[in-house]
Ligand binder design. Structure first.
Ligand code: NAD
Length: 370
């Protein structure tokens, strides 16, 4: 069975390798203690690949990524490579991966664990128990639409142009991901756009509604304007289960939702592509945070965002919901017991390193798995 689960790990730069070391420990634990084995390869991305090969992602690594069932990435970038020309920057490696794997659906969960309810900038009463998922369209919309550019209109006047454009296919495929995910959660999807002022949004609403009626009547569908959604996320975020939205609104709303949880070190993400003939879906999992150069190399980083990304990978790429749940439960128990990395430290808690957090989580896994 081991050969059928192929994982490519790309630790990247800064704290990337530090948090991915803890991920590797949990993957090994899964093989040893749950009989869930993976064929794991490691590769270079970002600054580490620039240093070794002069480019942020080699063709060979890209080919490995395409051959894998899932890619787990740490983080890329750092001041060392700030002066590298734009298209060879570490971030270009990540963008190429997302583009060449055609990852069109970005999943950003916002989950508030009881032990961290006070880390949120919102009142505990508003965020306690929050568990929502934003599905953002990632490869279309105004960030890619043509025409685009800045043109000179003469007389000292210039015009900046970007075009919001979506096809039925682009809307339907991301909406389908949202509906399918909702089926594994509370079966509610809220589709977010500005159909009151934008034709592309009107098409979005029509296509989502059509797909819902044809294939997903068992899921509850609602529609909301993006400006209202921005307010509702602060007023009553628990009303949401799955939010599906376009690239631009998703960019903004997913960062807003992330802040409800209060800590960058806790936030995972997934980017999914199309399903191929064998039923295999291209997928990249990564923490939301960057390479954190300010704390890199000091065993201080919080590995939980990366571990939650692994949990998402187990759930969405390998149908291992039980194993994913074990990771989430182990983390919740360790936090309940008072262990905290510096970023989530609170009065009365025990400050610990990346490694000690990893130790505690694997010990909690052992206890849960008896
Ligand atoms: P960052 O996310 O790296 O760090 C922001 C702040 O949060 C820092 O103070 C950092 O110490 C802290 N932090 C982040 N992750 C943490 C963790 N796991 N545990 C504890 N503290 C954590 O963002 P930045 O400082 O804006 O960017 C640093 C570098 O990372 C830049 O080169 C940027 O381009 C890159 N970056 C990469 C990604 C990615 O790989 N997906 C995302 C964002 C930024």
């Amino acid at each position: 069975m081991s050969a059928s689960r192929k994982l490519l790990i790309l630790p990247g730069d800064g704290i990337g390798p530090e948090v991915m070391r803890q991920v590797r420990r949990v993957i090994d634990w899964m093989g040893r203690r749950r009989g869930v084995a993976f064929e794991v390869k490691e590769g270079l991305v970002g600054g580490a690949a620039i240093d070794a090969h002069g480019v942020p992602l080699t063709d060979a690594t890209l080919a490995e990524a395409k051959a894998a069932d899932a890619v787990l990435l740490g983080a890329v970038g750092g001041p060392r490579w700030d002066k590298v020309e734009f298209e060879k920057r570490p971030e270009a490696g990540l963008l190429r991966l997302r583009k060449d794997l055609e990852l069109f659906a970005n999943l950003r969960p916002a989950l508030v664990l009881d032990a961290l309810v006070d880390s949120s900038p919102l009142k505990a009463d508003i965020v306690r128990g929050l568990d929502l998922l934003i599905v953002r369209e990632l490869t279309g919309g105004v960030y890619f639409g043509e025409p685009r550019g800045i043109r000179d209109l003469g007389n000292g006047i210039r015009q900046g142009i970007n075009t919001q454009v979506y096809t039925t296919t682009e809307i339907q495929r991301v909406a389908r991901v949202a509906f399918e995910l909702a089926r594994k959660r509370s079966r509610r999807v809220c589709s977010v756009e500005k159909a009151n002022v934008m034709e592309s949004s009107l098409l979005w609403r029509e296509e989502v509604t059509k797909l819902h009626q044809e294939e997903f009547v068992d899921v509850e569908l609602s529609h909301m304007y993006a400006d209202n959604c921005a307010m509702q996320l602060l007023r009553n975020p628990r009303q949401f289960d799955v939010i599906v939205t376009d690239n631009l609104f998703g960019d903004i709303l997913s960062d807003e939702a992330a802040m409800l949880t209060g800590s960058l070190g806790m936030l995972p993400s997934a980017s999914l592509g199309a399903t191929d003939a064998d039923g295999r879906r291209r997928a990249l999992y990564e923490p939301v945070h960057g390479s954190a150069p300010d704390i890199a190399g000091r065993d201080m980083a919080n590995p939980i965002a990366a571990l939650f990304s692994l949990a998402m990978c187990l759930r969405h790429s390998f149908d291992l919901a039980e194993e994913a749940g074990l990771i989430e439960k182990a983390v919740a128990q360790v936090l309940k017991g008072g262990m905290r990395t510096t970023d989530i430290m609170a009065p009365g808690m025990a400050r610990c390193s990346t490694t000690v957090m990893g130790d505690s989580i694997t010990r909690a896994l052992d206890k849960l798995n008896v």
